[in-house]
Design a protein around this ligand. Sequence first.
Ligand code: TYM
Length: 382
Amino acid sequence: MNTLKLLPTLLSRTAQNTLPRAFTSSVENPLDESHKWPRKIFSGIQPTGSLHLGNYLGAVQKWAELQNSGEDVTYCIVDLHSITVPQDPEKLRNNIIQMTATMLACGIDPNKSTLFLQSTVKEHSELNWILGSLTTIARLRHLPQYKDKTQKMKEIPLGLFLYPVLQAADILLYKTTHVPVGEDQVQHIQLTQHLGSLFNNRFGTTFPDCHAIIDRKEAARIRSLRDPSKKMSKSDPEVKSCIYLTDEPDVIVEKIKKAVTDFTSEVTYDPENRLGVSNLVAIHSLVSNGKTPEEICKDVQGIDTGKYKMVVAEAVIEHLKPIRTKINEYLKNPSELVYILDDGREKARTIAEETMAEVKQKVGLGANMSEFAMLKKVSKGV
Ligand code: TYM
């Protein structure tokens, strides 16, 4: 007979009240579909040093907006994800500091958001292991990002394979309901939904269903300036494909001048058929205080794409100027940045510990074993 099934009726009131919160829900709980989860936003970014326009417009700009609209937001610098490819330790630490300064410069405010470093909250790795035991090699092998990243590799690190499971752990640990990301992360969010419901079905309702937030279509996939059929990416060997937030104005001008467009000189927004020029219009729109791509095209009617590139470059430079200044200001005081991450860790850890205690208890792992022993005694009437 399953002792835990009997617990709610057998426990004395006093015994129930002394239990840790995580221990009071039965392993056999049916799925509670009616559970209303509080809205909770979580997202993550790899400490790659400098942010590029794709990261900024596709994700971080939105993160700041969500924070400023009073949402419950947690943002994580995912250093454990970054070691799935070889990293120089000194450079990695510098990149973490640089990314923290960049987050703040982009408007992430530690008084309104929780900003922390993934490796400082050990529960991410613990939940990764548990979720990894629930999923299959076949399920992970088909994820497109894994296929892309490993295409040219002879020896594939296991961490790269498990990468999306760790991402699911990041999200589920905070009982996240919404994840603001770019389009390239959608399959990872779908895997998270799958793992969350697998866990819920097997062990009882624990995690909410989570959803990607991709509400600005033109920001979802900022394209490479040199090959607009691909996304803008730091790993692109073509240096001029990618604009970094820290690029000097003349570098930005040079990169946008060299952006690949087509043979039509008119500026239109037609992301299906005119990838290159539409990418420039999308970028222009996103750095122009809410102007839609259509409004942008109206504004620049009559100028050809060559001249238009200079207009875009100017708008990008103007938008990034205060951010660059702030990054440099924040970098003058690295210990303040470390303090902010430490403070964020404390806030994140409180939630992560609570979730992991609940998860371990439900899975039957070694959390709260003494309470379990006591309950066994109670149920047997000892
Ligand atoms: P990362 O570090 O590659 O990118 C961070 C965010 O930037 C978005 N992004 C883009 N958006 C539009 N156009 C582009 N060209 C572009 N390039 C990047 C990404 O979609 C992402 O939102 N696996 C994640 C990090 C991660 C995470 C998480 C995200 C780890 N745990 C939990 C959300 C929730 C990644 O490598 O992102």
